[in-house]
Every structure is written in structure tokens, then in C-alpha cells.
Ligand binder design. Structure first.
Ligand SMILES: NC(=O)c1ccc[n+]([C@@H]2O[C@H](COP(=O)([O-])OP(=O)(O)OC[C@H]3O[C@@H](n4cnc5c(N)ncnc54)[C@H](OP(=O)(O)O)[C@@H]3O)[C@@H](O)[C@H]2O)c1
Length: 252
């Protein structure tokens, strides 16, 4: 039988308290991983998730950090290494939310914050955690991107500028660290259903143009993350994997 087994692995998920992150936490723990739950403000959700993971008899800890700050990331690395161990898997999932508007009216501060949230989060997380993966000869970096990066639709400029920059950083990193057994991939959700984002009229209209004729859900995103984290994906690196029912299709 083919199994997806993360039982000897430790996974750190940033933005684990968000609508997609929390399902990634439960899914990686279900696959056997010990989990580090990162949060920014929502400590209650982090604690709830931690209780759920411990009920599965996995090790778990929660860490607070503002991922736009290198000092916070370094403090997080030290806490994780002292209280658990250096993660085999990092999922760079956190995002700063802001109000989308046109290029001509978007506040410059939003471009800077998306650069920090998308590009620098990935750079700083990798600088903190990938060296130990290289030493062990095994690691998984999974960045959460978006279908929006390919669509470049009106009002999304700050977000897709950040996510496109993140994409380029992670492709370069995949080439730089592949020889050490570290893979670097991205999962790119479409507009996803979750407990915080149930179906809506605008969601149904969006789904009409999707080849699979429905929106995906948080579990389907987490399943792709679990697959890329597992040994089943040993020979996959540098991939931008849309999980959006075919709404965008990278060209070859
Ligand atoms: N949801 C979708 O339909 C969708 C579609 C495409 C792509 N994505 C991508 O999927 C990922 C997760 O999105 P989501 O919808 O789950 O987001 P979300 O529900 O808004 O959650 C955002 C997460 O990021 C954390 N966060 C916010 N600012 C932070 C900061 N300065 N430092 C550290 N952490 C911070 C939040 O922590 P606290 O809650 O603890 O404050 C929260 O855990 C993102 O990368 C997003 O671009 C989502």
C-alpha cells in the first residue's frame, strides 16, 4: 500500500492560525508529523490547534513572531530548537491582509508590506531553518503562493508583486540547495473555501469559469502540502503547483 508518512518529521507552519494554515496543521499531524504552530496575534487559535495535535499524540509547540522582523524569526528559531528540534519541513504560509485597490491608488506602504510578507518572510525563514536541513541532508521548504500571481488581475498588484518575487526567490533556492537533499516547492491555491470563508454568490460566479466547476477547499490545499512534504515527492523541486481546479495552468 502507498502511504504518506511524516511520522519521523517535524513541521513548522507559519500563519498556522489562519484559515488555510490550521488545516495544514491538522493534516500534517494526521500524517504523523510533530508540529510547530506559528501565530502572530491569535494565541487562542494556536492553543486550540496545539491541543488537537497533542490529542493525536504528536509533539507540538506554539511560537509567536512578527515574520516581517528578522529578530522575531531568530528568536523563534532559538525557541523551536531549544524546546523541540530543528524542523525538517517549513511551510511559509503567513500573509499580511490589506485592502486591494488599483495601481494608481494603492498606498506605497502596501507594496512594502507585501514585499516583507511574501519575499522577505521566505528569505528570512529559509536563512533561519535551511542550514540545519542542509546539515541533515534532508529538508522541505513549501511556500504558499496563489493563482493570482499568474492572473495579474486588476487591484491585485501589491499582492502579486510580493508573490511573484517570492516565486523567484524559491526557484533560485531550489537550484542552490537541491544537492543537499532539500526540496523547495510552492502550492498556489485558488480562492478557497474554509470554515472562515464559506460559499457565497461571488464564489459561485467565480467557480463557473473553473474547469472543475467548483471551488477547492482548505483540505485540498493541505493535501498538496502534505504530499510535497512527504517522501512521495522526493524527486520534485522548483515546482509552482496550482491547486485551483485548473483555473490557471502554467505553460511548458
Ligand atoms: N484563502 C485563500 O483563498 C487563498 C487563496 C490563494 C492563496 N492563499 C495564500 O494562502 C496563505 C494563507 O492564507 P489564508 O487565507 O489562510 O490567510 P489568513 O486566514 O488571513 O491568515 C493569515 C495568517 O498570517 C498570520 N500573519 C498575519 N500577519 C503576520 C505577520 N506580520 N507576521 C506573522 N504572521 C502574520 C496570521 O496570524 P494571526 O492570525 O495569529 O494574527 C494568520 O495566521 C497565504 O500565503 C495566502 O496568500 C490563500
Amino acid at each position: 500500500m502507498l502511504t504518506l508518512d511524516l511520522s519521523d518529521k517535524c513541521a513548522l507552519i507559519t500563519g498556522a492560525t489562519g484559515q488555510l494554515g490550521r488545516t495544514m496543521v491538522r493534516t500534517l499531524a494526521t500524517a504523523g508529523a510533530d508540529v510547530v504552530i506559528h501565530y502572530h496575534n491569535n494565541r487562542d487559535m494556536a492553543q486550540q490547534l496545539c491541543d488537537q495535535v497533542q490529542a493525536m499524540e504528536r509533539q507540538c509547540m506554539i511560537v509567536q513572531a512578527d515574520l516581517t522582523k528578522s529578530d522575531d524569526i531568530e528568536a523563534m528559531r532559538q525557541q523551536v530548537e531549544q524546546n523541540m528540534r530543528s524542523p525538517d519541513i517549513i511551510v511559509n504560509n503567513a500573509v499580511i491582509q490589506y485592502d486591494w485597490t488599483t495601481v494608481l491608488t494603492q498606498d506605497l506602504a502596501d507594496y512594502e508590506s507585501q514585499f516583507r510578507s511574501c519575499v522577505l518572510q521566505n528569505v528570512m525563514m529559509c536563512q533561519a531553518f535551511v542550514p540545519a536541513m542542509i546539515q541533515r541532508g534532508f529538508g522541505r521548504v513549501i511556500g504558499i503562493n496563489t493563482e493570482c500571481t499568474m492572473q495579474a488581475s486588476p487591484t491585485q498588484s501589491a499582492y502579486v508583486a510580493g508573490k511573484a518575487g517570492m516565486d523567484r526567490v524559491l526557484r533560485v533556492l531550489a537550484k542552490e540547495v537541491g544537492e543537499h537533499g532539500v526540496t523547495v516547492n510552492q502550492v498556489a491555491p485558488g480562492w478557497t473555501l474554509s470554515e472562515d470563508a464559506p460559499e457565497s454568490d461571488s464564489g459561485l460566479a467565480y467557480a463557473k469559469n473553473i474547469p472543475l466547476k467548483r471551488r477547492g477547499n482548505d483540505q485540498e490545499i493541505a493535501n498538496a502540502v502534505a504530499f510535497l512534504a512527504s517522501d512521495l515527492a522526493n524527486y520534485i523541486t522548483g515546482v509552482y503547483l496550482p491547486v485551483c481546479g485548473g483555473n490557471v495552468m502554467p505553460a511548458i
